[in-house]
Design a protein. Structure first.
Length: 153
């Protein structure tokens, strides 16, 4: 009987430790997201490296810009995130543009938006304010919802 109680107590303690670890991690990410959303508006997007080369051509400024943070060795960035962003641009036309940003080169920009992992995306409104931040892969539906919310406000 006492061995069963010890095992049950051990399982409960491990469960509490895992819950505390997950809860702390989620709070940390949410704090990073809030700080990034409070960042000063981005006036211009850096024009060196991949950001300038990858920027899609548009006629005139678009109200929504999406910064797609990635890296040269990030397969998920190139195989999943960029195609999802291209579908968003196709769906919303000239209302949206995206710019690939190499997080390994653009340290200040990555620090400004508290980029924790790649891929990450930052949805900016027409004034350059961050309206949504996605750490990790963001699918087309999620990005479309964020773009529509930004266009509506």
């Amino acid at each position: 009987m006492s061995e069963t109680i010890i095992r049950l107590g051990t399982v409960v303690l491990v469960g509490l430790a895992v819950w505390l670890f997950v809860w702390t991690g989620r709070r940390f990410v949410e704090r990073q997201r809030q700080q990034a959303l409070a960042a000063a508006p981005l006036g211009t997007i850096p024009t060196r490296g991949s950001a300038a080369a990858q920027a899609p051509a548009v006629s005139g400024p678009s109200p929504i810009r999406i910064l797609a943070f990635g890296g040269p060795d990030c397969h998920q960035c190139h195989q999943l995130q960029i195609p999802a962003l291209q579908r968003v641009v196709e769906a919303r036309g000239s209302a949206v543009t995206f710019v690939e940003v190499d997080a390994t080169v653009e340290h200040e920009l990555a620090r400004t938006y508290h980029i924790l992992t790649v891929p990450s995306t930052v949805v900016l409104d027409a004034k350059g304010n961050a309206r949504a931040i996605n750490y990790g892969f963001a699918n087309t539906q999620r990005l479309l919802k964020q773009v529509d919310e930004t266009l509506g406000s």
